[in-house]
Design a protein around this ligand. Structure first.
Ligand code: ATP
Ligand code: MG
Length: 366
């Protein structure tokens, strides 16, 4: 897996209702939409992306032209959709929203492209999941603002060239590594979204609390931010759950104590691990002595699908340095034992200690 892939791309369809997974209920997505920053200046964090994008958009506006095509890459919930809407707002342009999986045939794309207005923003979410023929049509549209519409079938088929008005394609992907290079190269600007710093997430929590009219103090916001896995979407979701708790069990005001108790109820621990994460880690440590153990075995042990473990739980556990993927299977790192508060057993005689790392046998043993 390349460094540009984040996994979790399939998480939106996994059907589970994990607190830190993507939103399932539509009223919650409505809240999410309401919390989206509308202007670049309101967008918290990502200072590099903001500065670069600001230049791209300002320059295009000064030229009275359309902005270059933009690719937004980053893990789920970091603000790609939000940024695409901000781009449209900053350019004063209408936006058309579609996604890779929605474009099955080149004809679907031709229909969308041919109905674009000059300067319109075309937002193509999950662009890595577009079909090959559509992708090839997109190359030409991006570069020459032209598509060949094929009319008829077989030997009688003819290609009718169709001029397109200049438009800006904004592509979003959680898996930039899966994009074919010819497609990647046709974007004039690629924004790599990073996970957010705790201080930035605190700002996100404060901003959302203001919009939701929830009272929270600095420590309460920090507590939520610290458990949000570097992800604004999760920060917003945890805030709403803590709000519920504060409303039902207290006077509605969120402080550290309330935030901590509420997140305890929802089984989100101090580091942002949820029930599934801890189940995976717990199985790895307690049932398999820290591994190495195969993904399928691990999945069976926690009663989940392979894909759920691989795409939902693992990326975060790997990022946190709690779990490592090795050619022989998954292993727990020493940090995993510490986090679960379990003592590490001494490695079995004659068996290499997977978690100790090279040259430090028994360092963490009893
Ligand atoms: N920089 C930010 N400042 C404030 N809020 C943000 C920021 N980025 C994202 N959010 C909030 O996080 C939520 C999720 O953002 P968004 O939907 O844009 O993520 P995404 O990258 O498109 O995720 P996905 O890959 O799942 O589509 C939004 O509701 C938005 O309010
Ligand atoms: Mg999105």
């Amino acid at each position: 897996m390349s460094g540009e892939e984040y996994g979790g791309a399939g998480a939106a369809d996994d059907g589970t209702d994990r607190l830190v997974g993507p939103e399932a209920e539509s009223d919650e997505s409505a809240v999410e939409a309401a919390l989206r920053p509308r202007e670049l200046s309101e967008f918290i964090g990502q200072p590099k992306v903001r500065e670069q994008l600001d230049l791209v958009l300002k320059a295009a506006r000064q030229r009275n032209g359309t902005a270059d095509h933009v690719l937004l890459s980053g893990a789920p919930g970091l603000g790609k959709t939000t940024l695409s809407m901000i781009i449209a707002a900053e350019m004063g342009a209408p936006i058309r929203i579609t996604s890779g999986p929605a474009i099955q045939h080149a004809g679907d794309l031709a229909a969308i492209l041919s109905s674009l207005q000059e300067g319109e923003i075309l937002f193509l979410d999950e662009i890595h999941r577009m079909s090959r023929p559509a992708e090839e049509m997109l190359y030409m549209a991006m570069e020459d603002f032209r598509v060949d519409v094929i009319v008829g079938k077989g030997p009688g088929a003819t290609a009718i060239p169709l001029e397109l008005p200049p438009f800006t394609l904004v592509g979003a992907t959680t898996r930039a590594g899966l994009l074919p290079p010819p497609l990647r190269d046709r974007f004039g600007f690629t924004a790599h979204m990073e996970f957010y710093e705790p201080a930035e997430l605190e700002q996100v929590v404060h901003r959302s609390a203001r919009l939701l009219e929830v009272r929270t103090d600095a420590e309460g916001a920090a507590e939520i931010a610290g458990r949000s896995r570097g992800t604004p979407r999760i920060a917003n979701r945890l805030l709403r759950r803590v709000r519920d708790y504060a409303q039902v069990k207290a006077d509605g005001v969120i402080d550290r104590e309330i935030a901590s108790r509420a997140l305890g109820v929802y089984e989100v621990d101090e580091r942002g691990l949820d029930r599934l994460d801890r189940a995976v880690l717990g199985a790895l440590v307690k049932l398999f002595g820290g591994g190495p153990v195969g993904l399928s075995t691990l999945a069976v042990a926690v009663g989940e699908e392979r894909e759920t473990v691989e795409e939902v739980a693992e990326p975060f556990l790997v990022r946190e340095g709690l779990l490592a993927r090795t050619p022989r299977g998954r292993i727990a790192t020493p940090a995993a034992w510490d986090h679960l508060g379990t003592a590490r057993p001494a490695p079995a005689p004659g068996r290499p200690d997977p978690a100790a790392g090279p040259g430090q046998p028994g360092l963490f043993g009893e």
